[in-house]
Design a protein around this ligand. Structure first.
Ligand code: AOF
Ligand code: ZN
Length: 395
C-alpha cells in the first residue's frame, strides 16, 4: 500500500500537455458556442510547436488552427497531437479534421474525450487508428467532461443544461436579511463568475432578482479573456416586472440588453398581451409566452428549447446559468432540475433567517448532488456539483 501524495495528483507527461490543451480551450471560452471550444497542442521533442482553439461558430476547428499555424508542415512528422475532443470525421461547416490529422504524419494522437455527436461518434478515432497513428483516449477525462459539459449534455440529453450558480455565507444565506447580496463573495469569486457567464448560452434570473438587484447580467471584469455576452432570460411567470409603472420596467429591462445580446422575457400570454413591449427602445426585448396548462418551471424548458426563440435571439440556448434568486433556485431544486451547480461559499456568518434555499417537498426528501471539483478563490471556496444522473449520462 503506497501512500498517495497530499494535494494535486502526480501527472504523467500526456496529462501535462493535455492540461495545456485545456487551458488553450479555456482561453477561447464561449467563443465558438454552440460548437464546443476545443483546445489542441502539438508537441515534438518535449516542446510545443503549435497550438490552437476552436474559432467562432462556423470557423476553423482547434486542430486546423494549430496545424495551419506552422509554416513548414514537415516539422509535424513524428510529433504528438493533443486534442481535448475527438477530431471530427464529418463535413459540417468545416471539412473533417481527421483528414488533416492523417496527412501530417503524427506519431501519436492523444484525445481527451470521444465526441458524442452522432455525425462523429468514434468515426474520428477509428480513422486515426487506421492511419497507423498511435492513439490514447481518456486523458484528463474528468476535467474535460467538466469543461465540455454544455456541449456533451446537449448531445446526450437533448435538452438545455440547467446550471445553477450562487454565492452563500457559511450558514447558507444567499443574501443578508436586509436583502443586500452584492458583497457575499469576494473579488476573485466575482471575477470567476463573470468569466463563467460566457461559457453558457444564456443567463437566467427570476423576477425577484430583477426587482431587487437591477442586474445587467453582463460579462465584465473577467478573469481571462472576454469573448461574448450570453443572452439574458428573465423568468417572470406572474408578470411582476411588467406590473411596475412603465417608466420603471423600461429602465429595468433596458439595463439587461444591448443590440448584440437581446433579452428574453418569459411570462404569461395574458401579461404580454397587455404590455407595450413593442414600443420604441424595446426592440431587443423578446416577450415569449410560457406554455399554458403546465407548471411554469416545466414550461421554462419548453420555451428555452423552442426553435422560434433561437431564431429571435440569433442563437440556440443549449445551456443556461441560473443566477437566482433563492426562490427560483429552490423551485428548480424542488422540481429536480438542477443539472450542475457552481457554489461559492464565503467565510462569513450571515446570522439571519431569510434568503435561503428551501424545498417544497416532503420532509426528509433531500435534493442530492455530487461534488466533482473544488477550488479556493481568495477567501472563498468554490465547489462544483453534478446531479448524480448527469454523471451517469456521461459514462
Ligand atoms: C473538432 N474540433 O475544434 C470542434 C469540433 O459545423 P462544424 O463543421 O463546425 O462541426 C461542428 C461539430 O464538430 C460539433 O458539433 C462537434 O461535434 C465537432 N466539434 N470537432 O474536431 C473542434 N469544435
Ligand atoms: Zn473538426
Amino acid at each position: 500500500h503506497r501512500a498517495e501524495p497530499v494535494g494535486a495528483p502526480q501527472r504523467d507527461e500526456d496529462e501535462r500537455w493535455m492540461q495545456l490543451a485545456l487551458e488553450r480551450a479555456m482561453s477561447g471560452n464561449g467563443r465558438s458556442n454552440p460548437n464546443p471550444t476545443v483546445g489542441c497542442v502539438i508537441v515534438k521533442d518535449g516542446r510545443v510547436i503549435a497550438e490552437g482553439a476552436t474559432e467562432v461558430h462556423g470557423g476553423r476547428h482547434a486542430e486546423r488552427v494549430a496545424i495551419q499555424s506552422v509554416a513548414d508542415r514537415s516539422v509535424l512528422r513524428g510529433a504528438t497531437i493533443y486534442v481535448t475532443l475527438e477530431p471530427c470525421s464529418h463535413t459540417g461547416r468545416q471539412p473533417p479534421c481527421v483528414e488533416l490529422v492523417e496527412s501530417c504524419g503524427f506519431a501519436r494522437c492523444v484525445v481527451g474525450l470521444a465526441d458524442p455527436n452522432p455525425l462523429v461518434a468514434g468515426g474520428g478515432l477509428r480513422r486515426v487508428r487506421q492511419a497507423g497513428v498511435e492513439l490514447r483516449l481518456g486523458v484528463l477525462r474528468d476535467e474535460l467532461i467538466a469543461w465540455h459539459l454544455p456541449f456533451l449534455f446537449w448531445q446526450l440529453a437533448k435538452r438545455p443544461l440547467m446550471a445553477a450558480k450562487w454565492a452563500q455565507t457559511l450558514d447558507g444565506q444567499l443574501a443578508y436579511d436586509d436583502g443586500h447580496t452584492q458583497w457575499i463573495s469576494g473579488e476573485e469569486s466575482r471575477a470567476y463568475a463573470h468569466w463563467l457567464r460566457q461559457k453558457y448560452d444564456a443567463i437566467l434570473v427570476g423576477a425577484g432578482t430583477v426587482l431587487a438587484d437591477h442586474p445587467t447580467l453582463t460579462v465584465r471584469s473577467c478573469r481571462g479573456p472576454h469573448h461574448r455576452q450570453p443572452v439574458r432570460v428573465l423568468f417572470d411567470p406572474r408578470g411582476r416586472i411588467l406590473s411596475c409603472p412603465e417608466a420603471q420596467w423600461r429602465v429595468l429591462l433596458q439595463r439587461t440588453f444591448s443590440p448584440e445580446t437581446p433579452t428574453v422575457l418569459l411570462t404569461s400570454n395574458a401579461v404580454l398581451e397587455n404590455a407595450r413591449l413593442s414600443a420604441p427602445g424595446m426592440e431587443h426585448v423578446h416577450g415569449v409566452p410560457l406554455p399554458e396548462g403546465k407548471s411554469p418551471i416545466l414550461g421554462l424548458y419548453e420555451a428555452l428549447s423552442d426553435p422560434l426563440v433561437a431564431e429571435r435571439v440569433g442563437r440556440p440556448l443549449h445551456s443556461v446559468l441560473v443566477e437566482g434568486g433563492p426562490r427560483l433556485l429552490s423551485a428548480l431544486a424542488t422540481a429536480d432540475l438542477i443539472d450542475l451547480a457552481h457554489v461559492f461559499t464565503a467565510p462569513k456568518i450571515g446570522g439571519g433567517q431569510r434568503h435561503r434555499l428551501g424545498l417544497a417537498t416532503a420532509q426528509g426528501t433531500a435534493f442530492q448532488l455530487h461534488p466533482f471539483a473544488h477550488a479556493r478563490l481568495g477567501d472563498d471556496l468554490l465547489t462544483e456539483y453534478l446531479r448524480p444522473d448527469t454523471g451517469s449520462l456521461l459514462e
